[in-house]
Design a protein around this ligand. Structure first.
Ligand code: R5P
Length: 265
């Protein structure tokens, strides 16, 4: 964006509580805070940083939340549960004038923010990254993520479709035989996030079983819990965006986020 950076230093007290300090005495400007709200400790840091910036006199505070935690519990699946995404939004908007997220699990989570909020799509960056991979078709693991696959496919000028996923447990999923002919083709699977890798392992095994030549995988948020990256050894290449940093965070969404911020000014 062509603007300067101020560090926020944080540390933990012996009891685990968070201490943070913005390293300047006053701020007479518009400020952008970039911070994930996952894992839980980062959410607390974000809330404290927002308050500290306001008390330094910032004119406005825009919060960029590259990975918005708790987005998957966006409604009540069973009685007695919380609407976790709503709870997070309500806390985060306390000291925020504007929110920018990246590839939220469900777009309608934005409705819980009473301040202006936009969701940046990583599809252009993913499409550009794979433009030299000779991909024949882009697939999503389920119908819910199909529009993401369509967007990437459109950018790359190739077809897109979706697979059919059933979740069996936290770690395992079943992917129904693909309705689409992938024989001899290079397939790119696109999803918003990879957690345990169960979805991708099942999808990749199914696609290879029915003759896919190469299976590439791109996700926006690579959480890669436990041995997820090792579990996905059956995949020819796995990459993710830099919303959550890992050894395969090779796609930057920074230009797209900067563009969204500039458009809001
Ligand atoms: C679910 O709806 C998401 O879009 C991802 O497909 C899911 O979170 C991936 O989880 P895992 O890697 O544990 O299968």
């Amino acid at each position: 964006m062509g603007v300067g950076c101020i560090r926020a230093s944080t540390k933990r007290f012996p009891d685990g509580e968070c201490y943070t300090r913005i390293e300047c005495d006053t701020i007479d400007d518009h400020v952008v805070v970039v911070q994930n709200t996952y894992p839980d400790g980062d959410l607390v840091e974000m809330l404290l940083i927002q308050d500290a910036i306001k008390s330094l006199g910032a004119k406005t505070v825009a919060c960029v939340i590259p990975y918005f935690g708790y987005a998957r519990q966006d409604r009540l699946f069973n009685p007695g549960e919380p609407e976790s995404a709503k709870v997070m939004a309500r806390m985060l908007e306390m000291n925020t004038d504007h929110v920018v997220t990246v590839d939220l699990h469900k777009q309608d989570t934005l409705r819980w923010f009473s301040c202006p909020a936009v969701d940046v799509k990583a599809a252009p960056a993913i499409g550009e990254f794979f433009s030299d991979h000779e991909v024949d078709i882009v697939l999503s693991p389920d119908i819910g993520a199909r529009s993401r696959a369509e967007e990437v496919g459109k950018i790359m000028g190739v077809d897109s479709d979706h697979l059919q996923k059933t979740r069996l447990s936290g770690m395992d999923v079943r992917i129904a035989p693909a309705n689409v002919d992938v024989g001899g083709k290079n397939v790119l699977i696109v999803d918003d996030m990879i957690s345990t890798g169960g979805t991708i392992v099942a999808a990749s095994n199914e696609l290879k079983k029915v003759g896919a030549e190469r299976v590439y995988v791109a996700c926006t948020h690579g959480l890669f819990v436990q041995d997820a990256l090792q579990r996905m050894a059956c995949v020819d290449e796995v990459v993710c965006c830099n919303t959550v940093m890992s050894e395969v965070s090779r796609i930057s969404v920074a230009p797209l986020v900067a563009k969204a911020l500039k458009e809001t000014q």
